[in-house]
Design a protein around this ligand. Structure first.
Ligand SMILES: Cc1ncc(C[n+]2csc(CCOP(=O)(O)OP(=O)(O)O)c2C)c(N)n1
Length: 335
């Protein structure tokens, strides 16, 4: 399965939007969090600034999101993780409403109540959660619903390699296998679960191999390459759409930033990150587009400028949007 030039350009532009989005967030998130607001004993004041709360960025993991979502339609479901922005953007969640949500604004996807770990967009069938492994059961549910309704929609559950050691992983694989659900489990193996290295948490080298225990095909994608993900995901999604059942794919990907913003990363050697940056998939993809005459320098700078404008407009919208009225605090929530 080979991607078309249009798909390659979409994947490249979407990776650029994601990266620029995350790099902007690195700066915006720290606004107002450092002294003089600092509280004694804390590295910074997590509640201050335009983006309150924790922040988990996915810079470096763009190839996984674009290589999977390029195959998806609006009526396909994606359930993401606590590190959700790359998949949300690739699933075409509107960037302005998503950013406003992250800023806690009334114009956000959930009127500012969800924040960055709880993006919810029924129109594009995207949701996520701060609970590890929690993507899998709802994705199985969406897949079961599609199957029962006789539709050819599919569901994708995204999870980290750390989450793959939880009970819910095994229960979901088991049900997906026995019911032959149209679901694809995408494991993002960035090597770390906060400060815990993969090999210290599991004796299994590839979570894709765990599929065999449940009668599910497993595919290992060893490089953080959008085209390698494209191929593996394309086959899995086609299999799911045509009644062939579930697949588990594990992609070896790269977390370029800390687990959360403000993470001192004392557990990870600095050289690891500089090495990963040299393998960055975005400039590699630009070189490939140039090499295959899919894009010249003019087109690449046009794409770059458009991505820049898209991201800037999203942050501008979020900044200038109103906060919810205090009276709304108890609306749309269980009390
Ligand atoms: C059920 C549950 N247990 C623990 C946590 C705390 N926690 C948040 S992120 C994380 C590690 C996640 O690692 P991984 O699944 O590899 O994803 P990554 O952060 O590397 O993308 C943990 C343990 C949680 N959110 N949910």
């Amino acid at each position: 399965m080979r991607c078309t030039p249009e798909e390659a350009l979409w994947m490249y532009e979407t990776m650029l939007v994601i990266r620029k989005y995350e790099e902007t967030m690195v700066k915006v998130y720290m606004e107002g969090k450092l002294p003089p607001h600092i509280q004694k004993g804390l590295a910074f004041d997590i509640g201050s600034g335009p983006v309150p709360g924790e922040m988990h960025l996915a810079a470096g993991q763009e190839p996984v999101a674009v290589g999977v979502c390029v195959h998806l339609r609006d009526d396909d479901t994606v359930v993401g993780t606590h590190r959700p922005h790359h998949f949300a953007i690739a699933k075409k969640v509107p960037l302005q409403a998503m950013t406003a949500e992250i800023f806690g604004k009334a114009t956000g996807l959930s009127r500012g109540k969800g924040g960055h770990m709880h993006l919810f967009d029924p129109a594009h069938k995207f949701s996520c959660s701060g609970i590890e492994g929690a993507s899998m059961p709802p994705a199985c549910g969406a897949a079961l619903a599609g199957k029962k309704l006789g539709r050819d929609s599919v569901a994708v559950a995204v999870l980290g390699e750390g989450a793959a050691n939880q009970g819910t992983f095994h229960e979901s694989l088991n049900l997906a296998g026995v019911w032959q659900l149209p679901v694809v489990f995408v494991v993002e193996d960035n090597g770390w679960a906060i400060s815990v290295k993969k090999e210290t948490a599991t004796a299994v080298t590839s979570n894709a191999a765990r599929g065999a225990a449940y009668g599910i095909p497993g595919v290992d994608v060893a490089e953080n390459d959008p085209l390698a993900v494209y191929e593996a995901a394309g086959e899995a999604i086609e299999r799911a759409r045509t009644g062939g059942g579930p697949t588990i794919i594990e992609v070896k990907t790269h977390r370029l930033l800390g687990h959360f913003q403000g993470d001192g990363e004392v557990y990870r050697p600095k050289e690891e990150v500089s090495g990963l940056r040299e393998l960055d998939a975005i400039p590699a993809m630009a070189a490939r587009l140039r090499g295959e005459s899919i894009a010249d320098d003019d087109l690449l700078s046009e794409i770059d400028e458009r991505a820049e404008r898209t991201v800037a407009a999203a942050y501008e919208f979020a900044r200038t949007s109103p906060l919810p009225e205090p009276a709304e605090a108890l609306e749309h929530v269980f009390v």
